[in-house]
Design a protein around this ligand. Structure first.
Ligand code: 13P
Ligand code: ZN
Length: 271
């Protein structure tokens, strides 16, 4: 049962995933199997006949995603370590196709690739792709990572709202506001891998390009895996500046409202 052409199309996408997996590991954001990513690639494979191997049973989903029916999503395997993913992306990711009513998914068999199952955060990835298709169709990539600086920040109740979190991140560096003008959402703790986490994340990410999962990690979306990485990297940088300045024993001043308004005026209003 061959899907060899499909594998060729996936190669550069997997190479990009591998590069980002190595960054996540080097950053210290990917202990053990922490983190996962996915990208919707239906448009990249318009002419290729993806052969669905009926011998591979469809796996029912805990919640249906009718609008994702027929979509092809390349996603990291559950349990995959980013440090290993970076060297063998095909071994640690699988291509899935959502069944016709969105009630299940089927793993597409690829020649020579060992079988693995999608990440335990599959529901969150699917709920977010479902939302992105409707609201931000250009955004096809989703990354979840255990970004240490941001998890540490989420242990502080003063940033337990999207508004206060965004304000703190913006106030640490002018370019956070320039490149993350919509800020970062905050989501109170939910159990990993659950429908509740999936639904709440998709809802928050309608407004924000990144979301902080309290005491767990963060998730970002963009047109590509690389751009989604940039978003979490910028948020992490701001959190790091905050902690470094705080470690002096003083509360960081941060950019004042005047500076924030000046940045907005200079970079956004004149465009
Ligand atoms: P997976 O290995 O199943 O992707 O889980 C990692 C994780 O970070 C769950 O939140
Ligand atoms: Zn996680």
């Amino acid at each position: 049962m061959g899907n060899s052409k499909g594998i060729a199309v996936l190669k550069p996408i997997r190479a990009e995933m591998a590069r980002i997996a190595s960054y996540l590991w080097e950053k210290g954001w990917a202990e053990r199997n922490a983190g996962n990513f996915s990208i919707r690639i239906t448009e990249d494979i318009p002419l290729i006949q993806i052969i669905t191997d009926k011998a591979i049973k469809a796996t029912p989903l805990e919640m249906p995603f009718p609008d994702l029916a027929g979509e092809l999503i390349l996603i990291s395997n559950s349990g995959s370590r980013m440090r290993e993913f970076s060297k063998k992306p095909a071994k640690f990711s699988c291509l899935i196709k959502i069944e016709s009513k969105g009630e299940a998914y089927r793993i597409i068999r690829e020649e020579g690739r060992p079988q693995g199952i999608p990440t335990s955060e599959l529901l969150s990835h699917l709920a977010i792709h479902d939302m992105l298709m409707k609201n931000k169709p250009h955004d096809r990539a989703v990354i979840h990572s255990h970004v240490t600086e941001l998890i540490a920040l989420s242990h502080m109740s003063e940033v337990h709202s999207s508004e206060s979190l965004s304000r703190l991140l913006w106030s640490m560096h002018p370019e956070i506001l320039m490149f993350l003008p919509l800020g970062m959402g905050f989501l109170p703790f939910q159990l990993p891998g659950t429908i509740e986490l999936a639904k709440a994340s998709a809802e928050k990410l309608e407004k924000y390009p990144a979301l902080l999962w309290e005491k767990h990690g963060c998730i970002s979306t963009a047109a590509s895996i690389s751009e989604a990485f940039d978003i979490m990297d910028m948020a992490a940088k701001a959190a790091k500046i905050y902690f470094m300045a705080s470690s002096s024993g003083q509360r960081p001043d941060g950019l004042g409202l005047l500076h924030i308004d000046q940045i907005k005026e200079h970079y956004f209003k004149k465009k």
